[in-house]
Design a protein around this ligand. Structure first.
Ligand code: TYD
Length: 203
């Protein structure tokens, strides 16, 4: 788990999956664990709360998404700023960066709207740092919907069953050497143990 470049560059670890899979819980547990090992850890999420990310969030909360072109442009602009202002500087100084969603979300969510998934990957990898490890927390869509309903804080325009099934299908079709699928319908501790095993074996 030691950063292996001569400049002690940090590691970028991304958590992905449809809503209700437990990404934020797992990020917190991994952050606590890494900090207990003396590492500097930054946790963050996308879309950010910056100008561009908020445009997408506010539209989704109002129940109506932006047009797909505007949505993609806002999300790319949001990610560009995030990479430049937070992610890269943290990695450069040797910190671990744990992200709740990154460009695989765009492949899944905007891909599920009909945009070519490989094109989305390319437009992101032009500027976005490639993760060292990404976890796809996979649970059946019905279970994710149940969890969201139990949370009771209302659904946004992305959160309906057939759309999330399409997103899930795209996640399952992704093949990157740094992407790991984790069955996330076990207990919080079971999922965390799997996350830790992969971190130990890969980084
Ligand atoms: P979400 O993780 O649900 O935020 P929160 O838990 O704070 O409400 O993210 C909001 C939505 O943004 C989510 O439904 C997926 C969507 N999204 C995209 O469509 N494309 C992207 O590139 C990203 C990062 C998110």
């Amino acid at each position: 788990m030691e950063p292996d470049s001569p400049h002690l560059r940090g590691c970028l670890v991304v958590f992905e999956g449809i809503d209700g899979t437990g990404k934020s819980t797992q990020i917190k547990l991994l952050a606590d664990y890494l900090r207990s090992q003396g590492k500097e850890v930054i946790t963050d999420y996308e879309p950010t709360r910056g100008e561009w990310g908020m445009k997408v969030r506010n539209a989704a909360l109002s129940g109506e998404r932006l047009g797909i072109e505007e949505e993609i442009n806002c999300l790319l602009q949001d990610r560009r700023e995030h990479v430049r202002e937070l992610i890269e500087p943290a990695l450069e100084r040797g910190a671990w960066v744990l992200l709740d969603r990154y460009y695989l979300s765009m492949m899944a969510y905007q891909g599920a709207t009909g945009v070519n998934v490989e094109d989305i990957r390319e437009m992101n990898e032009e500027f976005a740092t490639i993760p060292d490890v990404a976890f796809w927390l996979d649970i059946p869509v019905e279970l994710a919907m149940e969890r969201m309903n139990a949370r009771g804080n209302g659904k946004d325009a992305f959160e309906n069953e057939s759309f999330l099934q399409a997103c899930s299908d795209i996640y399952s079709s992704m093949e990157m050497p740094w992407l790991f699928r984790i069955e996330a319908d076990g207990t919080i501790d079971e999922v965390h143990a799997k996350v830790r095993d992969i971190i130990h074996s890969e980084l």
